[in-house]
Design a protein around this ligand. Sequence first.
Ligand code: ZN
Length: 466
Amino acid sequence: MKGTDSQPEIVEGCRLPVLLRNGDGWHMAEILGKKDLKGKNLYYIHYEDFNKRLDEWVTEERMDIAKLVQPSKEAKTPKKEGVKSGTESRPSSPEREVVSTPNGSAAPTTGNKKFSSSSRKRKGADDSEIDPLATPTSSRNNTPTLGLQQQNNVALNEDGSKKPRQTGSMVAHHDDIVTRMKNVEMIELGKYRIRPWYFSPYPQELTSLSIVYICEFCLKYVKSKKCLERHIQKCLLRYPPGNEIYRKGNISFFEIDGRKNKAYAQNLCLLAKLFLDHKTLYYDTDPFLFYVMCEQDCKGYHIVGYFSKEKESTEDYNVACILTLPPFQKKGFGKLLIEFSYELSKCEGKTGSPEKPLSDLGLLSYRSYWSQTILEILITMTPSEGNDRPVITINDISEMTSIKKEDVISTLQHLNLINYYKGQYIITLSHEQIDTQNKAMEKRKVRIDPKCLHWQPKDWSKRGKW
Ligand code: ZN
């Protein structure tokens, strides 16, 4: 059914309305790919303005082909020569403006929705188009991940320097169109089968399989159940390869050094990439620490989620990437990860903030964590001597919580708590807000207990090497 007289050819970049999976109406979508399955055309589509995890393969039955819009010509015009897939954008990188899009062409920076999903991968000061669901993009993106050739664990800085994250290099044998499409159909991790949300650069020979099997302890991936069984007999790990720095009840945190446990760190990044889309990929895990949260039972310590953190952050980031694995989402684990990250910052005597951009879900978790943490303080305050009402400064809140001042301010604004009254700023809490807060806190049964954290911050700047 292609290119007949009655039907225009449906190619990558075309847009048309597609019937949503639940039958809930039509939504404009972009064609990202096409394949033939038993003589039937399947199209990989991205719903405009929807998160990419909803991208899917559809048949023509769900497509309103009469309303097909052909790709506009200017979108195909290359912006820069030397387009490289997955190139990281950094202030110091000579390649910072190079972006990659389908078929090696460069995407327009603004005003063309057609490439909106691809633009989410790009970071850079000149990148004016951002994910509407994410926070503003920062000019740099310190994400520990890895390139497309896992085994080829090479030093990547072009000038041979060992500076942290100056390198954005990647193995560029994939067109961006590939990285826009989910490539792994299903993973098996411990007792869970999980459907990935986004592309992750697992070896190509694995992506044709219906299931990729992953050892839940060392995170090594194999191609079959048999291989996994063989692996498990040899694999001695029953917990992540690092120090257990926290344990309370059945919840533990392990600290993994991205330099010392490179294979694990890289496997973790690969796994995480299946569920994180807003960060760029590159190799170097050395400058990062990984904090893996596990649930313990008689069989071992099972990964629930993790966050990564730069050993040295010049911008006060206390989290680079953060993820709760899908089977554990909506159970309060995300907030526990965030709470833990701030507990580390408290030990360091610093305030911190997560690296931007946050994913849509990440932003929701942080907003909620910030609100609850700040409200908890405000509600329990009592008037100080000589005052008829409690007095607190933004700095106080920031110091008590390790939440960066900017985030405290934005949260207070978001909650609409600040009023100007008789020449001074006052915070007014309604009974309703207090009720909502109390109910929310009752739900947070599991909390981080600082007494159970056994951890000393290291001064990485004095080590010379990560
Ligand atoms: Zn293993």
